[in-house]
Design a protein. Sequence first.
Length: 292
Amino acid sequence: MSVPRFITLVLFPCLLAGGSLAAQSLDDVMGRARDYVVEYGDSLASVVADEEYIQQLVAAKTGVELRRRVLRSEIAFVHLAASDQWQAFRSVVSVDGEPVAGAQGRLERVFAGAPRSVLAQARSLAEEGARYNLGPLHRNFNAPTMPLQFLHRSRRDTVRFDRRGEEMAAGERAWVVRFREDRHATMIRSTDGRAVPVEGRFWIVPEDGRIVRATFVARDFLPADPGPKTSRAELDVTWRRETRLGLLVPGEMRERYAGPWTEGSTPYDITGAAVYSNYRRFDVDVRMIDRR
C-alpha cells in the first residue's frame, strides 16, 4: 500500500475529557485501526473492481461546468511480496465512451501471466492511465485506498492523531479522528522536492478499527507555489459492505483540486467523482515483488 515518493500531485495529540484514560482509549482505537489496515490489505489483495470516474473542470467562482470527461477503468488491489504493504493500480478501458484498444481485462491478464515480476508493468499501466485525467495536473496517486497508508504501522512516528467526536457514517457509529502529518517526514513531495504535509480525518468503528470514511487535504504542492492558498487537493472516500467478498470495499471517491489554472480567462478547479462496482477476485493469488 505505497505510492511513489515524488509525484505531481502527481500537532500534538489532544487529551480528551477524562485525562489519561481517554488518551489510552484513543491509543487502543488507533492500534485496532493499524491492525485492521494490515489485515484489510490481505483481504483485499487479488481483487479487481470496475470504476466509473467523472472528471470536470468547473469555474472556481460559479461552479459552472466548463469541460467533462468520463473514464471507465479496472482497478486492482495487489499485495507486495515479503511485506505487509499493498498497492492499487488503475487501467483505463474507455474514455468518453471510446474504448482503449486492448485494455479490457488487461490488468487481470498481466497479473495472471507473471505474478512475481509484473510490478513495473502494472505501474506503467497506471502511468498510462494518468494521462487521460482532465486538466493540466498530472496525478497518479488518486486511488480510493490511498488515505489508509497514513494509518500504516510504518507511519506511526510521523502522523499525529486526536479524536474530534462521534458521527454516523455508512450506518455505523464511528469515532472521527483527525490526523496531521509531520512536516519533516511527509509521504508526498512536490516535483521540486518540497515536503507536502497532509492532514485529514478518519471515521473509525472503535470496537474493531474498521475504516468507513476517510478524507485528506494537501496544500502548496505545485512547483514554485508561493503559498498554501494557491493550490489545494482534497480527497473523500467512503466504504460500503460487499456481500460477495464479505468485507468493506471503496464505494465512492470524490476529489477536488484548486490551482492557478484558467480556461480562457475563467479560473477553474478540477473535480472528480468515482463509483466502484463489480468487485471480483483474480484467479491467482498475486504477491508481487517491489524491485524499485
